[in-house]
Design a binder for this molecule. Structure first.
Ligand SMILES: [Zn+2]
Length: 151
């Protein structure tokens, strides 16, 4: 399962009752993207929740793909967001705190840690492949990224 399958809305019950609709707890579930982030229910949300929901939509759902928001861009952008927080030096607990403040989302720190470990291993594989293929620039790029994640 991708990390984005393990990112949840912090006050899901409260939001569902404000919208008077049920939808999944997972932030990236198809129905959540439709009902919460694309729906007409925004006006029913309290101010603090609406601000976070709008921030999320602006930051992750703003692509022009025909299949938006089911095109995969939101997930890719969120992964980049997590990696950027890590590159800024944040650990899994701090990353979970920040996504809560920014977007009212949460994940389990253990899942974030596994995701970061997997990312580092993926970059190591990219480095190794680039060396084998004689593509030093790609290898160097992956190495720089990896060093940002493990520092
Ligand atoms: Zn897209």
């Amino acid at each position: 399962m991708a990390i984005t399958d393990k990112v949840y809305l912090k006050n899901h019950q409260q939001i569902a009752s404000q919208l008077e609709r049920s939808f999944p707890r997972g932030a990236f579930k198809g129905a959540t993207l439709d009902i919460l982030y694309q729906g007409e229910g925004l006006a029913k949300l309290d101010d603090a929740t609406r601000d976070r929901v709008l921030d999320f939509a602006e930051d992750f759902l703003d692509c022009d793909c025909e299949a938006n928001p089911h095109c995969g861009c939101p997930e890719r952008k969120f992964v980049r967001y997590l990696l950027e927080l890590r590159a800024e030096g944040l650990g899994p607990d701090a990353i979970v705190d920040v996504m809560g403040d920014d977007y009212m989302l949460y994940a389990y720190p253990g899942d974030v840690l596994s995701f970061l470990d997997d990312s580092v291993r993926t970059l190591e594989a990219v480095e190794a492949l680039a060396d084998v293929d004689g593509q030093p620039e790609s290898g160097e790029q992956a190495r720089t990224l990896r060093e940002q994640l493990v520092r």
